[in-house]
Design a protein around this ligand. Structure first.
Ligand code: FES
Length: 172
């Protein structure tokens, strides 16, 4: 189903925020909308957004490729993005990332077998003095977790899984 069929009201609201001669500016919120459901933006969605905004598909794809919060490949339900940039590395981010992956039985960039968690390595997330830190990206948006240990990170994961299970059971 196209995003226009699935989210007609949201698309109307997004369009209403921009003057007709600047409708290209709606590309960012439309990409966010397209990514909300599956956690990544399909080629079909990029094509649709390009047509909605009179853009070239390659322009839309280049925006997706440029911003780390947009994704063009399927991943886990939750993306755990650990910063290992230099200031965080000095506070143990590399070891934290390695042990976290060991605990989950995956390598950096991989997804847990249950399809729930993908661990990614990213650059500065502006929480340098509170490393180790990571953000969790999902359909719910972004959540920051600072001053982490592997134990506290695993607890974050357990909480996410519990929340998801509650949703799937239809009681959340
Ligand atoms: S270097 Fe890691 S948050 Fe800034």
């Amino acid at each position: 189903m196209s995003i226009a069929e699935k989210y007609p009201r949201e698309i109307e609201t997004i369009h209403a925020k921009y003057p007709a001669d600047q409708k290209r500016s709606a590309v960012m919120p439309l990409l966010y909308l397209a990514q909300r459901e599956a956690g990544y933006i399909t080629r079909e969605a990029m094509t649709e957004i390009a047509a909605l905004l009179d853009l070239d598909v390659t322009e839309v794809a280049s925006i997706v490729g440029f911003y780390t919060l947009y994704h063009d490949e399927k991943a886990g339900k939750y993306r755990m993005q650990v910063c290992t940039d230099l200031p965080c590395a000095l506070r143990g981010a590399d070891e934290f990332l390695q042990k976290l992956c060991e605990n989950l039985g995956i390598k950096v960039g991989e997804t847990t077998p249950d399809g729930k968690i993908t661990v990614e390595e990213v650059k500065c997330l502006a929480g340098c003095h509170r490393a180790p830190m990571f953000q969790v990206q999902s359909g719910d948006g972004l959540a920051y977790h600072e001053n982490q240990t592997v134990e506290s990170a695993m607890q974050v994961i357990e909480n996410l899984k519990a929340k998801q299970a509650t949703r799937e059971a239809g009681v959340g």
